[in-house]
Design a protein around this ligand. Structure first.
Ligand code: ADP
Ligand code: MG
Length: 322
């Protein structure tokens, strides 16, 4: 199968490449064309996933397609942007139709959930890696950045933390379990649901936001730095899923929530006056701390005494990890 046949068969004719709102021209020309309503800005984010680094070489292609797009769309959620389109740069060791078919179906399943269309890409031969670029739209000036947190704001998250890290031993085959709790964690890992509606609802309400990909404490550090404030995280308030709590000792579950990556929940700072309205629509939103003057991220126990944080989240080229 040649490059053009592959593109046509698995991507250009896929359900998620059929166009949609904001897509003036899709796959097939030298560029795609996007049409933004007047007064809106384009939000753009790129992520690369490399086999053996970000996912196991033998990962199920359907799950991989789903997860790759979810991870990228989560960045749009974090900015309060509405998804429009994405591109896919795919590097493959060989063109296996069964693999490509599963991958494209997984990708399209997540694209449908997110309301986003495939508008282009590139296809090359080499070690398996995926680069997705997502495009979203947001009213000018209303994007949620990491830079607006203010002393007095509450620190909130969009739901349970630690499920992604809890799933890792299962994903890597270090632990075998076919029960419902393990199934739930695997679902959270392979099909994270980007919090797109929550992100858009937080526009004009939250003062800063991001999605948790590298671990709560590490990611909160980004808000603290960008906003020039201190973030206080109360260890007792972290929302843990019942599945995570049942499968693992509480110390490990807590560590997953604080330092594990791959949750793709939103973390955001919110003036207290906004909380009731947000929780009325998203009861799973939890207050886990607050913003104060100062700098850095501080983990506190129930009595307000500062705790030593567990090892920070994953960093490529960092002093830990790799
Ligand atoms: P060019 O040579 O102009 O860069 P290509 O031959 O690489 O174009 O691709 C032809 C068309 O197919 C383009 O519209 C491109 O965006 C699209 N395309 C290539 N690879 C993919 C892919 N993996 N997924 C979606 N679209 C793709
Ligand atoms: Mg090309």
């Amino acid at each position: 199968m040649g490059e053009f046949e592959l593109i046509r068969r698995f991507f250009a004719s896929a359900a998620c490449a059929a166009g949609g709102e904001g897509i003036a021209l899709g796959i097939g020309d030298d560029c795609a064309l996007l049409q933004l309503p007047p007064g809106e800005q384009l939000a753009i984010s790129t992520d690369t996933l490399v086999a053996g680094v970000h996912f196991p070489q033998q990962a199920d292609p359907f799950f991989l397609g789903q997860r790759a797009l979810a991870v990228s769309a989560s960045d749009l959620a974090a900015m309060g942007a509405k998804p429009v389109a994405f591109t896919l740069a795919l590097t493959l060791p060989d063109a296996r139709p069964d693999w490509l078919d599963g991958f494209a179906r997984g990708l399209c399943a997540m694209a449908r959930d997110c309301g986003i269309g495939l508008v282009g890409g590139d296809t090359t031969r080499g070690p398996l890696s995926l680069t997705l670029t997502v495009f979203g739209r947001v009213p000018a000036g209303l994007a949620l950045t990491r830079a607006g947190a203010r002393p007095g704001d509450l620190l909130c998250v969009g739901g349970s933390l630690g499920d992604g890290a809890g799933a890792l031993p299962l994903v890597l085959g270090e632990m075998q379990d076919s029960g419902a709790d393990a199934e739930y964690l695997l679902q959270r890992y392979w099909a994270p649901q980007p919090q797109l509606a929550l992100g858009q609802a937080l526009r004009g309400r939250a003062t800063a936001a991001l999605d948790i990909s590298d671990g709560l404490l590490a990611d909160c550090g980004h808000i603290a730095r960008a906003s020039g404030v201190a973030l206080l995280v109360e260890a007792e308030k972290l929302p843990l899923s019942p599945a995570l709590e049942r499968l693992f000792p509480s110390e490990f579950a807590r560590k997953c929530a604080l330092a594990g990556g791959d949750d793709y929940r939103l973390a955001f700072t919110l003036p207290a006056a906004e909380l009731a309205a947000v929780q009325a629509q998203w009861p799973e939103v939890a207050v886990i701390g607050r913003v104060e003057a100062g700098q850095g991220v501080h983990l506190l126990d129930a009595a307000g005494v500062e705790l030593q944080p567990p090892a920070l989240g994953y960093q490529h080229f960092g002093s830990q990890g790799d």
